[in-house]
Write a protein that binds this ligand. Sequence first.
Ligand code: ZN
Length: 205
Amino acid sequence: MRLVLLGPPGSGKGTQAVRLAQAFGLQHVATGDILRDEVARQTDLGIKAKAFMDAGQLVPDQLVSDMIAGRLQADFILDGYPRSLPQAESLTHLLKQKGWTLDAALNLQVPEDEIVARLSGRLVCLQCKTVFPAGTESPCQKCGGKLGKRADDNANVIRERLNVYHNTTKPLENYYQKLGLLREVPAVGSPDEIFKRLCATLKRA
Ligand SMILES: [Zn+2]
């Protein structure tokens, strides 16, 4: 099975991607991790990407697509990619070359106010940088560090991030809609409820 998982920041996308990967035996491809790994290992692509990151710029679509292309196994769930229409087109092209097709583009839907509420209360470990939901008590369960608020988690910054997200992903949703692959999944409720909904959607896909 080959899946794309779409969803705004704060939609629980990473958590659900991990669960789907385990349940269906899929390779979990998290773009953020790959990017960090390429940079850390100082691969050709990593060195190029780092130059953009150091300059405060987005890593170009083509560079990200090249990183993904080198790693994709036959069954996967993509988390954090594609993030723009050019990336989606380049993914379609890549799959075509391999003779593969996508089974579904799952789109997690969360009302904006709910996202702002989730993200603005979020806490981060000041030591190991692990992120915890609102209401988690110090110290960090992983390293014993102190938990604090993230500087960029205030309501205005979050709404701005959501605007950017929607502007770049709307064309993406339309693209997968036209291909008949888009599956809208309400991402409210507990992680268990959302996971059940995703599984039910996949059975119908
Ligand atoms: Zn920690």
